[in-house]
Design a protein around this ligand. Structure first.
Ligand SMILES: [Fe+2]
Length: 343
C-alpha cells in the first residue's frame, strides 16, 4: 500500500492559496474517511451501571421540575466522543428518563423516532396518536417519527425508562426538529398490542391499525420473555433470540433502528459474528460479563452498555439473563452495506 502525500509535503504558499480558495487537498486526509478493510469508529464501548445512574436521576427530579425540563433525561454519552456527546454510538442516542408520580411530559412530535425500554416503576404511560400505552418493566414502547406523543404517570413511585433514538442520523442530515402541542385526548380502549396483535402469524382482518405505518406501538415484555423461553427449550444449546418486527409487514419495527431480545441461560456464553452495526445492550434481568474489544464489563439488572461497529463481543451469563439489543442494522441494510464477518 503506497503512503499518500501529507500536508507537510506541500509548500506553505500553495497551502495558503488553497485555503484562500476554500479548497483542500484530499490525499492527506483520504485514509481518515476511507480506511482500509473496515471502518475506524470513533465510538468506544461504554458502560452505565443503573446503580450509579439512579441516584443522579432522582436528584434531577429534586433539582429540576419537569416543566423546566420537558423531558427529564440524563444522556448516555459515547466515551469516544466525550461527556455531553448527544450520541452513544454513531447512530444511536441513549437517555435515561425519569417521570415522577403525577407528572406529565408535554405532547410533541418530531422527525427522529424513539423507542423506550421501561426500566423501573409502574403506572407510567405514553400516549401515541391518542392511544394510551401502559409502560411495564421490560416493555418496548415506540413513538415513531411523526407520531404525537406525551407521557403521564398514575402510579405512586418514580418511573424510569431508557430512550433509544435515531437522533444522530437526523442531526447529521440537519433534519431534526420538534413541534409542541397540548396533551392528547386519550381513546378509551386498550392498545393494539392487547387487542389486535395477540399472536404471531395472525393479524386482524378488520384492523383499526393496519393503515398506520407503525400499527403496533407497544411490545409487552411478558410476551417477549415467553417467546424466548419457548425457543430456548428447543435451542439445543444455542441461545434464544427474537427480533421485534412490524406485525403487518414483517419488517423491522422502524426504518433506522432494530431491536433484538436475547435470553442466556445461567452459565451460557455467546460470541456473535463481527457485525457492521453498532449496538446498545440493555439488561432487562440477570447478571453476567461481556468482553467488548478487550474491555470487560460486569453487568447486572438494568445496566446498559454499547459496542462499536465490528466490535469483538463475548457474553457470559452468570445468572439467567435477558438483554435487549438496539442496533442500526435496518438503516445499514437500506444503505446496502450491512455485513457479518466470521471470527
Ligand atoms: Fe419525544
Amino acid at each position: 500500500m503506497t503512503e499518500l502525500g501529507t500536508l507537510d509535503d506541500l509548500p506553505q504558499d500553495y497551502r495558503d492559496a488553497l485555503t484562500a480558495a476554500g479548497v483542500a487537498p484530499l490525499w492527506p486526509m483520504m485514509r481518515n474517511v476511507l480506511p482500509h478493510g473496515k471502518p475506524n469508529p470513533i465510538t468506544k464501548s461504554g458502560y452505565w451501571s443503573y446503580d450509579a445512574l439512579r441516584p443522579l436521576l432522582l436528584r434531577a427530579g429534586e433539582l429540576t421540575p419537569v416543566e423546566k425540563a420537558e423531558r427529564r433525561v440524563l444522556v448516555l454519552s459515547d466515551p469516544g466522543r466525550g461527556a455531553g456527546a448527544m450520541q452513544a454510538t454513531a447512530s444511536l442516542y441513549l437517555g435515561m428518563q425519569l417521570l415522577l408520580p403525577g407528572e406529565a411530559a408535554p405532547a410533541h412530535v418530531h422527525t427522529p423516532s424513539a423507542v423506550r425500554i421501561i426500566v423501573e416503576g409502574e403506572g407510567g404511560y405514553t400516549v401515541v396518536d391518542g392511544e394510551k400505552l401502559p409502560m411495564h418493566e421490560g416493555d418496548l414502547v415506540m413513538t415513531p417519527g411523526g407520531d404525537w406523543h406525551d407521557h403521564g404517570h398514575d402510579g405512586g413511585a418514580p418511573v424510569v425508562w431508557l430512550d433509544v433514538l435515531d437522533l444522530p442520523i437526523f442531526v447529521t442530515l440537519e433534519g431534526s426538529y420538534a413541534t409542541e402541542g397540548p396533551l392528547q385526548a386519550q381513546r378509551n380502549r386498550p392498545d393494539a398490542a392487547l387487542v389486535e396483535y395477540t399472536a404471531a402469524g395472525l393479524v386482524p382482518s378488520r384492523s383499526r391499525h393496519r393503515a398506520r405505518r407503525y400499527p403496533m406501538a407497544r411490545f409487552p415484555w411478558e410476551r417477549t420473555e415467553a417467546a424466548l423461553r419457548e425457543i430456548a427449550r428447543y435451542a439445543d444449546g444455542g441461545i434464544a433470540e427474537v427480533d421485534y418486527v412490524n406485525p403487518e409487514t414483517g419488517e423491522d419495527v422502524l426504518p433506522t433502528m432494530g431491536f433484538t431480545a436475547m435470553m442466556l441461560a445461567a452459565g451460557q456464553g455467546e460470541s456473535p459474528p463481527l457485525r457492521s452495526s453498532s449496538a446498545a445492550f440493555h439488561v432487562v434481568r440477570g447478571r453476567g460479563r461481556s468482553t467488548i474489544d478487550g474491555k470487560v464489563i460486569a453487568w447486572g439488572p438494568k445496566d446498559t452498555f454499547t459496542a462499536a461497529p465490528f466490535a469483538q463481543i463475548d457474553h457470559q451469563a452468570q445468572d439467567e439473563s435477558f438483554l435487549v439489543r438496539a442496533h442500526d442494522r435496518p438503516i445499514q441494510d437500506k444503505l446496502g452495506y450491512y455485513e457479518e464477518r466470521t471470527r
